[in-house]
Design a binder for this molecule. Structure first.
Ligand code: VGL
Ligand code: ZN
Length: 207
């Protein structure tokens, strides 16, 4: 069973959103080609889904500004602008993404005391979303990932997929993804490759 996992292709991470990734919207047509292809038995999407006042928001920490490091539940945490608050426009999947082709949506980031970059578990690895159990129950053998942002949620989801889905081929689709920081993207791709994630482009995924 081959699955495609689209990470956080939401308004909040596209230009005009609250935590815009440069050219984030440009992943949408590529993602749609993947969704509409006959290459996948299942298409899943993750959705960053924070309560208002989430502990990853700089606004929840007096004196902190966005993109400074802070502390959340005793651990180092990037202070983000308020983003992807539940039931707001910012949290909706990009309107041009072919949502009809998505079989399953995994929300994450609901616990105000911990961030959850990965679609599989929170950053301190104590709470699981259930996505790994779901994919294993479906008999997944290959998982292709792409979306936003390469250096945060895509990377952590891919690394968790390798660890939590034993025997599953995990591939990162580079041209269907964009990152926040260019140096961070390069490091993220190196780290994924080192940990066993195949780095491919959509042409290879669709071939
Ligand atoms: C993300 C920062 C905060 C992401 C989510 O989707 O990469 N990044 N929340
Ligand atoms: Zn977030």
């Amino acid at each position: 069973m081959k699955a495609l996992l689209l990470i956080d292709i939401q308004n909040g991470f596209c230009p005009g959103g609250n935590l815009p990734v440069p050219d984030g919207n440009r992943v949408v047509p590529v993602a749609n080609r993947l969704i509409d292809s006959d290459k996948y038995d299942m298409v899943l999407a993750s959705q960053d889904w924070h309560p208002a006042g989430h502990g990853s928001f700089a606004s929840a920490h007096p004196g902190k500004k966005p993109f400074e490091m802070g502390i959340l539940s005793g651990k180092r945490q990037m202070m983000w602008p308020d983003h992807c608050v539940q039931n707001t426009e910012d949290a909706m999947l990009h309107p041009e993404l072919n949502a009809d082709g998505i079989d399953f949506i995994q929300q994450k980031g609901q616990n105000p005391a911990v961030d959850s970059y990965s679609a599989f578990r929170d950053n301190d690895h104590t709470a699981f979303t259930g996505l790994a159990t779901h994919l294993l129950a479906e008999g997944v053998t290959q998982l292709d990932l792409c979306g936003l942002a390469t250096d945060y949620c895509v990377k952590f989801s891919a690394l968790d997929a390798v660890e939590m889905l034993p025997g599953v081929k995990v591939r990162f689709i580079e041209d269907a993804s964009r990152g926040i920081d260019p140096a961070g993207v390069e490091a993220a791709i190196d780290e994924m490759r080192t940990r066993g994630v195949a780095i491919i482009d959509s042409k290879e995924a669709l071939a």
